[in-house]
Design a protein around this ligand. Structure first.
Ligand SMILES: Cc1ncc(COP(=O)(O)O)c(C=O)c1O
Length: 405
């Protein structure tokens, strides 16, 4: 085939398909790259049993576009039974009074973020993100034509004073401050969480400026020590806060089942821009049974033990093999360590040496919009076994030693 099909792409596709990492020429022995859960934690037997029950007891309705009793709304918002079960869980955890109308089901939390970006941001708006953040969210926001403003983060997450200044600066340039995206708990990639008082100040700012707040909450339940601060959503009295979440990190990412929770008018905005025909009825029914059967609490408790052990192994190995070359803070949860390389490390040589050792971490600049962050590495400890973590970090230490002055 010799035709240049790519020349026919519309502007939206002009960049071509995404590039995938790592390259096949570089074998990976120690994969610390993505935030992949450990497949050994997927509740296979339980999901098999619940799937069987759904097919046997519900029959064909479980494989239809929507539940005939509920109707077309499920094509947009998703299976009502799962929305109700999720609302019930949030009401217990966060002390709210939500029901199904506060939720829309999505293909992972990523789709919830994409819908929120399109529903609330556009040309003439200023939208605020953390200076290092989840790259999908920043690219969705950039794709709306809004101006994306990066706000610094520190050990307490998003710097709310800097956000205040950035809002004023954007307004002075004639932009409308519209939205802030924050991973308030276990910020990605830094792993740090915003303390209660800073959360209050963020909500005050949102209230004062009519700023929509997207709280990305996918790691919230993966806490291994310390106390959980209240979610922004649980503290909100304005209706401006929405919270994205999913089963990806706590049950299995291949389910592709996520949601956004918020005021029904916020959720209505997301519904207005939805272009597909909802999420799988079948899977949503399986996951409704999973929640109704009380399986989520024990599942999360198991994950906390598994990932705590992995985090501790990673921290011990880093202290033993890498402490001369990098520094880091120990996160109380989530899947990542954010490593800051010392001045003595020649990063170009280190990148080469690390790959030679078959170690794959994510370079810090992947989390910024301006290419900064080169002196950082994000190490995901969720997927490898404890043994692989220990050996992989020893290999990382060798590569850093060979690239240091
Ligand atoms: C911060 C953050 N938000 C959202 C997601 C989206 O996950 P999913 O679409 O699988 O729910 C991820 C996954 O890596 C993430 O790290």
């Amino acid at each position: 085939m010799s035709r240049d099909i790519a020349s026919l792409y519309a502007p939206a596709a002009a960049g071509g398909p995404p590039l995938f990492f790592p390259s096949p020429e570089r074998p990976i022995f120690f994969n610390f790259d993505q935030g992949n859960p450990d497949p050994a934690t997927y509740p296979l037997d339980l999901l098999e049993r619940l799937s069987h029950e759904v097919l046997e007891e519900v029959g064909g309705d479980a494989l239809s576009y929507f539940d005939p009793d509920t109707g077309y709304e499920e094509l947009v918002y998703g299976f009502r039974g799962l929305r109700t079960a999720l609302a019930d869980r949030l009401n217990v955890r966060d002390g709210r009074d939500f029901d199904a109308d506060n939720l829309i089901l999505t293909s992972g939390a990523v789709q919830a973020l994409s819908l929120a970006a399109r529903a609330f941001a556009g040309p003439g708006d200023a939208v605020f993100i953390e200076a290092v953040t989840f790259p999908y969210a920043s690219s969705f926001l950039a794709g709306t034509g809004a101006e994306v403003v990066a706000v610094p983060v520190d050990a307490d997450g998003l710097d709310v004073r800097a956000l205040d200044d950035a809002i004023a600066a954007a307004a002075a340039r004639g932009l409308r401050p519209k939205l802030v995206y924050t991973i308030a708990t276990f910020q990605l990639p830094t792993g740090m969480s915003m303390p209660h008082a800073r959360r209050e100040r963020l909500l005050e700012l949102a209230d004062r400026h009519d700023l929509v707040v997207i709280e990305d909450n996918v790691y919230y339940d993966l806490r291994y020590d310390g106390e959980s601060p209240p979610t922004l959503l649980s503290m909100d009295e304005t209706g401006l806060v929405m919270q994205s979440d999913s089963f990806s990190k706590t049950v299995a990412p291949g389910l592709r089942l996520g949601w956004m929770v918020g005021h029904p008018d916020v959720i209505g905005g997301l519904a207005a821009v939805r272009e597909d025909l909802g999420v799988s009825q079948f899977l949503a029914r399986v996951m409704a049974r999973y929640l109704e059967g009380g399986h989520h609490g024990p599942q999360v408790a198991t994950l906390q033990d598994v990932y705590r052990a992995k985090r501790d192994a990673a921290v011990t190995a880093l202290q033993e093999h890498c402490s001369e070359y990098l520094t880091f803070r120990v996160p109380e949860g989530s899947f990542f360590l954010w490593l800051e390389l010392g001045d003595g490390v020649d990063w170009d040589r280190a990148a080469e040496a690390v790959q030679r050792e078959g170690v794959f971490c994510r370079p810090g600049e992947r989390f910024t919009d301006d290419g900064s962050g080169r002196q950082f590495l994000r190490l995901a400890f969720s997927l490898p076994s404890v043994d692989e973590i220990t050996q992989g970090i020893a290999a990382l230490g060798r590569a850093l030693r060979d690239s240091s002055t």
